[in-house]
Design a protein around this ligand. Structure first.
Ligand code: BGC
Length: 243
């Protein structure tokens, strides 16, 4: 079965048609810049453009969204417009796009793909999957079972929360070297290890592909690895979660 998978991020809206049985991308990936402000109306406009680009006639669209999601409703808005607090994405987007839209948290979506087709496949025990992008997203899996909406990027750190120091946007915004940035990332990973005693930590998101540039600065007891699906995981997992 094919599903249109869309990964709505703080910086870009990425999409592709996904074969949900194999996890393979069927079409050509599309990336649109996330509008500012990222209001529901502006996001819907980008989604219309996406649907048109693929001339999508299929029944389902799966969306990964950077918020806590309960029953299709977004409850938080850290890197997206505040109008998304208590916004029923499933019903509003389904109406606007004339298609059955299912939304899940973006990190949960990417984690689902990585646990099925990537380095989390068949891993028992506790896997913490984190995405380092505009924010920090997290997805927890125990024996492959997802514990949704964990929001571990929002653990308190220094004057704020970890995502303000160890996300990729923090690295870019403050023009940090890999070494300097990895210092905070190392504190973060050790903190997760102390709190949760995972068996594996997987790093996804924009900087997963640069893992070789900073892994030498990480000093964590538990195994830390980069995600195999890298930045496409969010699109694939969003499609998978919709069915
Ligand atoms: C949001 C999470 C999201 C993460 C990655 C955080 O700011 O609170 O829900 O998963 O960013 O986009």
């Amino acid at each position: 079965m094919e599903v249109l998978g869309i990964d709505v991020g703080g910086t870009g809206i990425k999409s592709n048609i996904i074969n949900v049985e194999t996890g393979e991308s069927v079409g050509e990936k599309l990336k649109i810049k996330t509008p500012t402000p990222a209001t529901p109306e502006a996001i819907i406009e980008c989604l219309r453009e996406t649907v048109e680009n693929y001339q999508w006639q299929g029944k389902k669209i799966g969306i990964g969204f950077p918020s806590v999601i309960k029953n299709g409703v977004s409850l938080t808005a850290s890197n997206i417009d505040q109008q998304f607090i208590n916004y029923n994405i499933d019903s509003e987007f389904s109406k606007a796009l004339g298609c059955d839209v299912r939304v899940v948290n973006d990190a949960d979506a990417a984690g689902i793909a990585e646990m099925t087709y990537g380095k989390g496949k068949n891993v028992k025990g506790l896997v913490i999957f984190i995405t380092l992008g505009t924010g920090i997203g997290s997805a927890l899996f125990y024996n492959g079972q997802l514990l949704a909406n964990t929001e571990l990027g929002h653990l308190k750190y220094k004057k704020s929360v970890f995502e303000k120091y160890a996300s990729n946007s923090a690295r870019e915004f403050h023009h940090l070297s890999w070494k300097r940035w990895a210092k905070d990332l190392d504190v973060y990973l050790n903190h997760l290890d102390l709190l949760l005693s995972p068996d594996l930590i997987l790093i996804g998101g924009g900087v997963s592909k640069n893992f070789d540039l900073y892994k030498q600065y990480l000093n964590v007891k538990v195994k830390v690895d980069m995600a195999a699906l890298q930045n496409d995981a969010g699109i694939i997992g969003a499609a998978m979660a919709a069915v």
